[in-house]
Design a protein around this ligand. Sequence first.
Ligand SMILES: Cc1cc2nc3c(=O)[nH]c(=O)nc-3n(C[C@H](O)[C@H](O)[C@H](O)COP(=O)(O)O)c2cc1C
Length: 449
Amino acid sequence: MADYLDNTNKKMKLALQLVSGYGGEFQSWRLADSNERAYTDIDFYVEMAKTAEQGKIHTLFIADTPSFGGAGGGTDISTRTPAFPLEPMVMLSAVAYATQKIGLVATYSTTYNLPYNLARQLKTLDTLSGGRVGWNAVTTGTRETAYNFGNKPLPDTATRYEMAHEMVEAVQTLWGTFGEHAYIADKQTGQFADMSQIKPANYKGKHYQVKGALPIPATPQGQPPVFQAGSSPEGIELAGRFASGVYANPFSIDEARAYRNVIKQSAIQHGRNADDINMFSGFMFTIGDTYEEALARRMQLIDFMSDDEFYGQIRYLSAMIGVNLHGLDVNEPLPKSLQNQATPHPHDPRSPRAVELIKQGMSPKEALANGVINYHPVVVGTAKDVADFMEKWFKAGATDGFSLAPTAKKACKILWKKSCRFYRSVGFIILIMKAQPCESIWACRISMA
Ligand SMILES: Cc1cc2nc3c(=O)[nH]c(=O)nc-3n(C[C@H](O)[C@H](O)[C@H](O)COP(=O)(O)O)c2cc1C
């Protein structure tokens, strides 16, 4: 193992995805304990953020695309919730004001923004949060987003990444225009700012040009850290050059280790240290006192699907395992002969797990409920199962941390109550809800070290 993949003596880093307020699943809004109006309930986002902060989660993570519904959720929200929350910066302003320590990472497109507006808004949020903001700089890959910004198709990958390099350079240049000690505000002398320490940006790129300085003093963290998501060679180069955090979606330890190695190599090639860049692997979970209890919750989510959606998933599962499931009882295990035929599809990294579960005798519906075609790995089980998964990946050097997308808020609460003891070995803690005094002390001791 390359030294920099070894996590011995390192602490796991954790982000909590707020998604659209309900959780990582687009049907979780219908669960009995869900707040069905969470999407527009700012008190709810604030409560989630406070809970995460108490639990020593390092940062909230807001994925976003400025188009209807959003990439992950499709454009039909007649029965499924949107993939993204309300406008991230506005929503995070309220969250920032109600919290003290937790990071606030918001996704903003490098294709569909202008550097001055973005630099100004992010730095304002960084100012009002006392230096807790991060920017997930994404190139935006959806055509429907393109048509929200004029009648032009989505630029190709190379152009979008060319724009991304320029956008990040321009925004960082703007953030640096107001010198660290330029904010004087001295009533006696009458000097408000030291203009010798404030320089214009004078940024001239092919896609973006910006002249002026940003009239916002330095924040406690200097500049917001940049995050990145997107795994093409161009994306990896962008990450290596600028990113402190990379949001990734590997489905196995081997895949994760390989990707983590690639991004750390990219950082090294750009003159940075391997530890300067941290991979946050997306991870989803549903927790119960027993596997059966957690599974029942997942089965409910499947039952909320329309027939079209459900049978679409069954067709997809057929392709993943190389067995036509049409006409079979989806509630029963496959006959042994068909189980033996199941082989993973070579182009879908989730297929080996789908095949494994089918061969264990799970029905197609149960395999789907176990999240075999979800957008991140899914654990359905007890809090210990969830903790074991994270510990295994971390100890194997597969990731620097996780970007957590629990099924619904209830999962967060249960995770804390049931699992704190399992976290001691890896030195992190998650989501304190009703911590006993001794647990609080312990949590404080290990937090953010
Ligand atoms: C894990 C992951 C998360 C992403 N999150 C977002 C997002 O929140 N908003 C967005 O517009 N694009 C998002 N993207 C899309 C990327 O920014 C990028 O546009 C897309 O993946 C195409 O680039 P690539 O070829 O480098 O992967 C995400 C991509 C990945 C892999």
